[in-house]
Design a protein around this ligand. Structure first.
Ligand code: HEC
Length: 186
């Protein structure tokens, strides 16, 4: 028998055992698992590695920032709105969003159609400030047919279109719809 030197000297009902070494790859995963478990244990259980609660809190925080403009209209980032308002590239993007999403109801030049004229000084909702426009665009007006865009547009699209609408004030398009709401003084 060629494995004679590895043959162990016991014998169970004629079944003999060879003392073969475990293969290297097997030992590597075995010792690797031990090392990994030790590091894992010291980092997550003894040390201050993030536990499930921290992971949850982090995930929730990320979710809140992502959906900051969605739904409630809380958390509208006015600084970001201002930055977009002063960025001609963003205004241009906003114009494209407007043509795609808003022109059907508000008119190609926002002169008003089913929805009100967005170029005049009269506002039904709020005072025509960036934040007020963002609020009504985000939340919509449920029973009046203005959709809640916070759930539909990406945040950047929403901020762009709000900034774009703000630039239209006083643009005085042809066939402007009669003013609705309250006049807002500058
Ligand atoms: C399906 C039709 C429709 C679409 C599409 C629509 N709107 Fe409106 N929107 C309305 C109506 C109707 C109102 C008036 C709500 C009211 O009377 O309270 C309105 C109101 C508004 C107001 C408030 C005006 C005011 O005087 O207070 C803003 C701002 C506005 N829309 C912006 C947008 C923007 C931006 C989009 C595209 C992202 C958009 N709307 C898409 C129908 C629409």
């Amino acid at each position: 028998m060629e494995n004679k030197e590895k043959l162990l000297d016991h014998d169970y009902d004629g079944i003999k055992e060879l003392d073969n070494p475990l293969p290297g790859w097997w030992l590597a995963t075995f010792y690797g698992a031990i090392v990994f478990a030790a590091i894992y244990f010291f980092y997550y259980h003894i040390g201050n590695g993030p536990g499930p609660k921290e992971e949850l809190a982090k995930g929730l925080a990320e979710f809140e920032t992502m959906s900051a403009v969605g739904g409630s209209g809380k958390g509208i980032d006015v600084d970001k709105l201002n930055a977009f308002f002063h960025d001609s590239g963003r205004i241009k993007d906003g114009g494209a969003v407007f043509q795609l999403r808003c022109a059907s109801c508000h008119g190609v030049n926002a002169e008003g159609n089913i929805g009100p004229n967005l170029t005049d000084k009269f506002w039904i909702h709020g005072d025509g400030s960036l934040a007020a426009i963002a609020k009504v665009v985000t939340e919509g007006v449920g029973d009046k047919g203005m959709p809640p865009w916070g759930a539909i547009l990406k945040p950047d699209e929403l901020y762009s279109v709000v900034a774009y609408v703000k630039t239209l004030k006083g643009s005085n398009p042809a066939n402007g719809k009669a003013p609705q709401g309250n006049e807002v003084k500058d």
